[in-house]
Design a protein. Structure first.
Length: 105
């Protein structure tokens, strides 16, 4: 939580849309619970940074004035979210997310 708080505090123009789908089909039951628990941690952050973090998307979307910083922030957040997920599930989730981003369904 503190890492995310520092990140959002350091980037006042960043808006974060937290994906809630996470392609759960690619995860086993235990991994689903880990991700759901992790997402639940965002509730106090939502209250603290109202309007800058939102749920509902299948993608992580970061908007910032500098595209390079945008990519760095998104990568860091995705790594934190998926750090407790197996490599296979992580690859499946990232692949699904990229396909959605590119409009391939």
């Amino acid at each position: 939580i503190n890492s995310v708080r520092r990140l959002l505090g350091g980037y006042p123009n960043v808006i974060c849309d937290i994906g809630t789908g996470l392609h759960f089909a690619a995860l086993d039951h235990a991994e689903k619970n880990l991700v759901e628990d992790w997402l639940a941690v965002w509730v106090p952050l939502l209250e603290e940074f109202a309007g800058r973090i939102s749920f509902g998307s299948d993608l992580f979307e970061w908007r910032h004035l500098q595209p390079d910083e945008n990519a760095d922030c998104a990568y860091t957040l995705i790594e934190r979210v998926t750090s407790q997920i197996s490599v296979q599930a992580k690859e499946a989730w990232l692949c699904g997310t990229l396909q959605k981003a590119l409009g391939e369904r």
